[in-house]
Write a protein that binds this ligand. Structure first.
Ligand code: FRU
Length: 479
């Protein structure tokens, strides 16, 4: 489908404008059972992930009209347990001149009073020249949103128009609020820039560029940056664009992290050298964390299960994108370990034996493995489906989706391979109506991918020495 600029940037005035579209898309067999997905149109980045007064608040980048990156809103979802989510309606609307072409990604801060949402106002003038603004919205405890009438600040003149995705950080020791933004230098390198203020909602001044030694030439734009304190380290998470990396097929957009220590005085991220990819699957980007929660300092990550410049089979149905399962983060051997939240076990329904030939649409496979493995999931009579192979000599695990009936983003490569540090011994595989998440060795590696099985593609074949259980999973999101 070809979209005109008018169609992509059409303003949504009332919910009934999308009711017909919603009625039509909920009939899709690819609607997810336990993943956050758009009510209509396109979902991309998770935004403003925060815990406040017993509720998890989360927003996603949303274009109402179809599977197209047009006028972006923040759509709100809410949960008490991070597993069951309810739709709350539109959050931030692009209804001011400074955000006239989109309320782009950002983050949240909880103050003593209420929640504050920091986002990028994507302004374009009549010549389609872009000016990004950093903007603020107060979300009161009654759920109402109040946008500040002026942005906190505009773009820095020393970078291109690509300056966005504010992450708000309060640094206790020096009692300062920092806003970090993803940016692009004038010679087209990915950068992170900092602003600071003593007051969370005014007087921000440019503080400088983040020094990340060895990463001066690493992609042409860094989107969605953040720094999280997890365990006793700082983690710098960002999305470098237009970059080729080992083990990433022909993908050019990535989401990964460096581990180290953030020095806010000198704006230097001291790290131990290696950029680690967050997820080895095909579709994962723009991860957002909510860290330092509760007495046990829990940290949770959720990401967009999709990629920029990509298309998916449901595009024809006028919707696209979903979020990943939220995952609990810990640090082990200076790596991020991502595990399914404990609460997902409560979705388990009846247990099925491993000899099961046909998988339920939403299910979990909990497998203990010795030696080589050769698995086919979503198999049909004439297609091998999604294959997972483990080869013990080189300790390599390979995921291949080229044998599914519906193939997409083929040019990015259809298989992903990863060498493990230790033998494969455990897989937890979460399948939903149109996705698969494969947790390897309790968090050593993770492969997240969209898949779109046809109605015949639900077969299971396991070759190898495997014990374990399959569980059908209950619904946790409503349409
Ligand atoms: C990342 C991104 C962000 C931007 C948003 C717009 O996917 O490009 O940099 O704020 O999406 O929807």
């Amino acid at each position: 489908k070809q979209w005109t600029k008018e169609e992509r940037y059409r303003v949504l005035h009332a919910p009934d404008e999308i009711i017909d579209l919603h009625r039509q898309i909920v009939k899709s067999p690819y609607r997810q059972h336990y993943h956050i997905q758009p009510i209509t149109g396109l979902l991309n980045d998770p935004n403003g992930f925060v815990y406040h007064n017993g509720y998890w608040h989360l927003f996603y980048q949303w274009c109402p009209w179809g599977a197209v990156h047009g006028l972006k809103y923040w759509y709100e979802v809410q949960s008490e347990d991070l597993i069951h989510w309810i739709n709350m309606g539109v959050g931030i609307k692009p209804d001011h001149d400074f955000d006239n072409k989109g309320a782009y990604s950002g983050s949240a801060l909880v103050t003593e009073q209420s929640i504050y949402l920091y986002y990028t106002g994507n302004h374009r003038d009549e010549n389609w020249q872009r000016t990004p603004y950093t903007c603020l919205v107060n979300m009161r405890d009654d759920g109402s949103l109040h946008k500040y009438s002026k942005p906190l600040f505009g773009p820095s003149p020393n970078y291109t128009e690509h300056q966005r995705d504010p992450k708000i950080i309060y640094h206790k020791e020096n009692e300062t609020y920092y806003i970090m933004l993803g940016a692009q230098s004038r010679d087209h390198h990915g950068r992170i820039i900092f602003y600071k203020s003593k007051t969370f909602n005014k007087d921000y001044e440019f503080a400088g560029e983040l020094k990340v030694e060895g990463y001066e030439d690493f992609g042409d734009m860094w989107e969605c940056p953040s720094i999280e304190h997890i365990g006793d380290v700082d983690v710098l998470i960002f999305c470098p664009q237009h970059l080729k990396l080992k083990d990433r097929g022909n993908s050019i957009h990535h989401n990964g992290y460096l581990i180290g220590h953030m020095d806010y005085e000198t704006l230097t991220f001291h790290h131990d050298g290696s950029f680690h990819v967050l997820d080895f699957g095909f579709d994962s980007y723009a991860a957002e964390c909510c860290a330092n929660i509760g007495d046990d300092n829990k940290a949770v990550l959720i990401a967009w299960m999709g990629l920029p410049d990509s298309s998916y089979p449901t595009d024809d149905e006028d919707w696209s994108g979903c979020l990943t399962m939220p995952r609990e983060l810990t640090i082990q051997n200076r790596r991020l370990i991502q595990k399914p939240l404990k609460g997902f076990e409560d979705l388990r329904q009846e247990a099925l034996p491993l000899a099961t030939k046909t998988l339920p649409t939403a299910c979990e496979l909990d497998l203990h493995i010795t030696g080589a493995l050769d698995m086919q999931l979503c198999k049909s009579d004439d297609h091998d489906g999604l294959t997972i192979r483990y080869e013990p000599v080189h300790r390599t695990i390979t995921i291949d989706r080229s044998h599914m009936h519906k193939r997409f983003n083929i040019e990015q490569g259809e298989s992903r391979m990863r060498q493990l540090h230790q033998d494969l011994n455990h897989l937890r595989i979460f399948i939903d109506a149109s996705s698969i998440e494969i947790y390897v060795n309790d968090g050593e590696a993770l492969f997240t991918s969209r898949i779109f099985p046809t109605k015949d593609e639900h077969g299971l074949v396991i070759k190898g020495q495997v014990e374990g259980q399959i569980y059908a999973l209950d619904r946790a999101v409503k349409d």
